[in-house]
Design a protein around this ligand. Structure first.
Ligand code: HEC
Ligand code: HEC
Length: 296
């Protein structure tokens, strides 16, 4: 039987990077010393205090850091990306129960783990990192965000490493196989009635930021017709990527407030305005959407 210990090391973070120097008491001291080798293995060069601020500014929209016991250490209710507790040292794409794209799981299966270098490279350009790591030009990440400054990324890594010290002498990461996403299938289509219903809702609830013409620019709303929009969500991506983003992040005031079929209507409208073909109805469940390719 192995030891699989995870605990909240906020106390360590508060007292500096080296747990051995920290003025801790009682059980916490014991746990900290016990876990010290695992902490030391995780090479960290960044500034965790700066990382805490960067994390709050850039990552909490999509990520939380919650312990196995359910204690939230950072973030609030970002659920678009996986829980980042214990990520340092962990296999890529291995948070139990999170629904990843196939590529990041494959990277993990080929041996990729999160250390400072892989983390900085990934958050710098998630899709590019997966393409290089898997040597597969079709690879893509669903993480729709980039941290341009490597020093900033290293700071965030230091912050995440400070939140979780993990001592484990047994392999536990692969315990639960996350769902896989196939990127093969037929071209996406939608029913004209869906697009009509979506149009009405869009004009009421989305146009104030994304514009009547979908070109964005109002209240910071992104263009839903630009080349970069299509690069992110079309060009061979599964239809589930756009649906997933919309249904988890929009509208910003109350993400996820509509039913799944309402989100499918909205997506049908966006597809129509981008020149995609009408045909069979657009499904509203992610498993079916995984098998539809965003191509015209
Ligand atoms: C717009 C939403 C979004 C933002 C903002 C975002 N992420 Fe992500 N992140 C995701 C999604 C979605 C995934 C899952 C990627 C996949 O399945 O391809 C992910 C995955 C990750 C992973 C891989 C975790 C694993 O289990 O292997 C790391 C590490 C990560 N994000 C770090 C960050 C950091 C650090 C920030 C802030 C600088 C950040 N992310 C900002 C959406 C986001
Ligand atoms: C209050 C303004 C606002 C409203 C209302 C709003 N959005 Fe957004 N939307 C944004 C902003 C801002 C972004 C860019 C988010 C980011 O990059 O962090 C965005 C991003 C998006 C994206 C992804 C664009 C991209 O390039 O990644 C889609 C799709 C989207 N919104 C759809 C919708 C739909 C559908 C509705 C109506 C249900 C809606 N939005 C309502 C502000 C808004």
């Amino acid at each position: 039987m192995g030891l699989n210990l995870k605990f909240n090391s906020k106390a360590i973070a508060a007292h500096g990077r080296n747990p051995a120097n920290a003025a801790l008491t009682g059980l916490t001291t014991m746990l900290a010393l016990w876990a010290a080798p695992a902490v030391a293995e995780t090479h960290v060069t960044g500034d965790m205090a700066a990382g805490e601020i960067s994390f709050a500014q850039q990552c909490v929209k999509c990520h939380v850091v919650v312990t196995d016991a359910g204690e939230t250490l950072a973030g609030r209710n970002g659920r678009i990306g996986p829980n980042l507790f214990g990520i340092p040292g962990q296999t890529t794409g291995a948070v139990p129960g999170y629904r990843y794209t196939d590529f990041i799981i494959r990277a993990g299966q080929s041996g990729a783990t999160w250390d400072e270098a892989t983390f900085v490279a990934f958050v710098g350009n998630p899709t590019e990192w997966l393409r290089t790591t898997l040597n597969d030009p079709a690879a893509r990440s669903r993480m729709n965000f980039e941290v341009r400054d490597p020093a900033d990324a290293a700071n965030i890594y230091a912050f995440l490493a400070s939140l979780a010290a993990v001592a484990e002498t047994e392999e536990s990461a692969a315990a639960e196989e996350p769902a896989k996403v196939a990127v093969t299938g037929r071209p996406v289509s939608y029913d004209p009635d869906q697009a009509e219903r979506g149009s009405t809702r869009y004009m009421n609830d989305c146009a104030e930021c994304h514009g009547d013409d979908l070109k964005g620019g109002l209240n910071g709303g992104a263009s839903l017709r630009s080349v970069s929009f299509l690069q992110k969500y079309a060009e061979g991506a599964p239809a589930s990527d756009l649906f997933y983003y919309m249904s988890n992040a929009m509208p910003p005031s109350s993400p996820g407030r509509y039913s799944e079929s309402n989100y499918a209507d909205l997506m049908a409208f966006i597809l129509r305005r981008n020149g995609f073909q009408a045909g069979a109805a657009l499904p509203s469940d992610l498993d079916s959407l995984d098998h539809l390719i965003m191509e015209k």
